[in-house]
Every structure is written in C-alpha cells, then in structure tokens.
Design a protein around this ligand. Structure first.
Ligand SMILES: [Zn+2]
Ligand SMILES: [Zn+2]
Length: 417
C-alpha cells in the first residue's frame, strides 16, 4: 500500500503564505513556500526536511520563505519553470529590500532551482539523487496567472494499480492576458485520470471578478489612457501585471515610459515571450518619468497600493492636486492604503482616478469549469478566504458528483490514498 497524505502548513482556509506538504510513503514534497513579509514564517517550525521543493511562481506568498528554508536545511533540490527560475532572484531582491549586492545574494539563493520544461515528465529519482524515494514523476503545466506560473502534476506509482495523480494548481487562470496565455490544463483520457485536484480559490467569492471580461476591461483601460490629454500615471503590481498592461497599451500605440525599476522584469518577459512587445518599451529614471508627466505623457510605475515608498506612490502624490492628471489603479485596492483612500475620494484629490479589474486568478466560473473538465475523484480547496471556500465547495459538489470536495485546514492532515 502506498500512503499519500496532504498536510497544509499554511494558506489552506485563509489568504496568506502558501505551504503544503505532499507526503508519499514518508517522502515530503513541499508545494510552495510562501511568506507574508521578509521574516521567517511561523509554518517553518512545523516543516520536516523535505526531499523536494516546488515553487509554482514567484509571488511572495508562494516563494517568500525560500531564504529561510535554505538557511534551515541547507541546499535542497527545487523545481520550477525556467521563467520562474529567472524571475526568482528579481522577486527575492526586490522584496527583501537588499540594497547592496541584492541581486547577487538573491541569485545565490535561487541557484538551487532547477528549470523544468512544461508538459514533460521528470522522474523524482533523477532529481533527488542519492536519496531513496518512492517511484513517481512530476510534470508542470502552464497556469496562466503570470509568466512562469505552473501547476504541478505528481504521478505516483502503486503496485498492481494505475498511478495515483495529484494536480496542484498554484495560482491560475484560464483566460488569456496580452502576453501570458491562459492555463493549459491536462484533459482526462481513458489512461489519464487526475485523482486529486488541489485548487486555489483566491477569487472564488469575488462576485465582481466573476462577471468581468478581462479582454473588455483591458480594452477599456487602454482607451481611457489613450484618450486622456493630461499627465497619466498607471500604477501597477510589479510581477506580472506591469508587463501585461504595458503590452496592451503599447499595442494601442500609446507613447509611454516605464520606470527603470521594472526593466529587469521586462527583460525576462522579453526573453520568454519575444513577441510580447512589437517594439521594446522605453525605460526611464525618476527624472525622465517626471518630464514625461510634465509633457502630459503616460508613465507606468510599480506600486499597486500607491505606498509613498514606491515610485507610483511618489508620482501619484505629486499628481493628486492636478485636475488634468489621470491616475489608473488596477485589481485589489485595499481601503486603508493610499490607493484605497484616493479611490474613495478621501484624499481631497483633484486628479481623475480610474480603477479596473484585471483578474489574474480564476474567478468562480473558471474554477467550476476547470473542475468539470478535470473530473477528479477529489477536490481539495486551498488559498482563499475560508467562508468563500466553503461556498465554493457547495457549488462544486454538484460538479464532482462521484467524488468529494473538501476545504483543507492548516495543520490537519488529509489522507489522499
Ligand atoms: Zn500569484
Ligand atoms: Zn497566491
């Protein structure tokens, strides 16, 4: 008998850092290693030495604990897609705020990551050399969401039975963005059945995300930016969104400057998606960005909540009294942040503030469609507000009639097989 357990350490029935252990006959694969700050996350105390790390993508709630995991256990074999391997040092360097030699230190940390081609089987025994591990294979599937994001299929051999397959979604969406295409999800066949689908539900309770048409919303944003005559600032989340919005605007022929801070990210996107930009965007330092705004041009800068420590926050602060200016915000805008206050017009601003929803997670209807297409025996819901996941569970129960749907709870081990 092969014993397979799923042990959520963090990020199960909650938003926040993701860390899940898949234990196969005592061999642990750590699915994501997220944090919520630069500090070591609490879940690390519950982690036994894993045989393998899987990093689904470079957002901090999936990657952020890498420095702490490596510090505690020393070098460990780790898998990610090639784009994630390239993006990881940038994400680590910017989030850790390492000023001197930031990139060099982050690159050293990311050196344990081994790039994995999508839709290709990797034998665990080939990756984890010198360790005796159960017979299993791993395969990555593009997950949409952002460049490099991938689902992980774990195919476990069992004596006298077909292999047991677990698919971990990480963050995903099935709609196309201007650069990154929607998730490519495996289709079940007579010989290929997913037994357990571990599925994220970040947006599962967001009714507004459920009705938004990403393409229409992006076109609306482009038209509004294009049609405006005054200085325009588009505040973006660095990882993912910045490149997608720039590609959409540049595709419309909008003359724009991207703040320098984002340049290394664009270089990775450019290498992996050479068709992304018909011509490479222009980059500029703070001085050039300000000149562009004075000339009533458009600037793209990082800082999605307009925190004053970010370039977008600084520039927004300078534009806020200008009745000719347009400030564009996207996605989640939290009430207590400078962006939230601007959107609620609490800041007494005179600039025009625009808000667009460009979801990069699967809204509820996509989750339902994905589960229907996969028709797994069991669905395990993670990474979402608890009450939303319980509501999603009800909706999915009708879809997986023959199986069951559970909401995972941190610290509670689930026996999968
Ligand atoms: Zn993410
Ligand atoms: Zn996430």
């Amino acid at each position: 008998m092969t014993r397979i357990d799923f042990i959520p350490l963090s990020g199960a029935a909650q938003m926040g850092a993701n860390a899940f252990v898949l234990r196969v006959d005592g061999c642990d694969i750590l699915l994501d290693l997220g944090a919520t700050s630069a500090k070591a996350p609490g879940w690390l105390a519950q982690l036994a030495r894993p045989s393998l790390l899987w990093i689904s993508h470079v957002h901090w709630d999936h990657l952020g604990a890498l420095p702490h995991v490596l510090e505690r256990f020393g070098p460990l074999p780790a898998l990610a897609t090639a784009a994630t391997v390239e993006l990881a040092p940038l994400a680590l360097a910017s989030a850790l705020g390492l000023r001197n030699k930031a990139l060099a230190r982050a690159q050293a940390m990311a050196r344990c990551l081994r790039p994995m081609a999508p839709r290709t089987y990797y034998e665990l025994s080939d990756i984890v050399r010198g360790q005796k591990v159960p017979s299993m294979r791993l395969m990555a599937f593009e997950a949409g969401h952002m460049l490099g994001a991938a689902m992980l299929l774990i195919e476990i051999d069992r004596p006298e039975q077909p292999p047991f397959r677990v698919l971990y979604s990480g963050d995903f969406c099935t709609h196309d963005q201007p650069i990154v295409a929607g998730a490519s999800i495996p289709r079940p066949t007579a010989d290929f059945q997913v037994d357990v689908f571990i599925c994220e539900g970040v947006l599962s309770g967001d009714g507004a995300a459920d009705v938004v048409d990403y393409e229409v919303e992006m076109a609306r944003l482009s038209t509004a930016c294009n049609g405006h005559q005054g200085p325009r600032l588009v505040a973006v989340a660095a990882l993912g969104e910045s490149c997608e919005i720039t590609a959409a605007l540049a595709g419309q022929g909008v003359d724009l400057i991207v703040h320098d801070y984002l340049r290394p990210l664009f270089e990775v996107y450019g290498r992996h998606r050479p068709q992304a930009f018909s011509k490479p965007p222009r980059f500029g330092d703070a001085r050039l960005c300000r000149q562009m705004l004075e000339a009533h041009g458009l600037v793209i800068a990082a800082g999605d909540q307009l925190q004053p420590t970010t370039m977008a926050g600084e520039l927004a602060g300078e534009l806020v009294e200008n009745p000719q200016a347009q400030i564009t915000l996207t996605n989640r805008v939290y009430a207590q942040t400078p962006a939230g206050k601007l959107l609620a017009r609490q800041a007494g601003q005179r600039a025009q503030v625009e808000h667009y929803r460009l979801p990069t997670h699967a809204p509820r209807w996509q989750i339902v469609e994905t589960v229907r297409a996969l028709s797994p025996r069991k669905v395990v819901l993670v990474h979402g507000p608890k009450s939303d996941l319980y509501r999603l569970r009800k909706a999915l129960a009708a879809v997986v009639e023959a199986g069951d749907v559970v909401v995972a709870i941190n610290g509670q081990s689930l026996e999968l097989g």
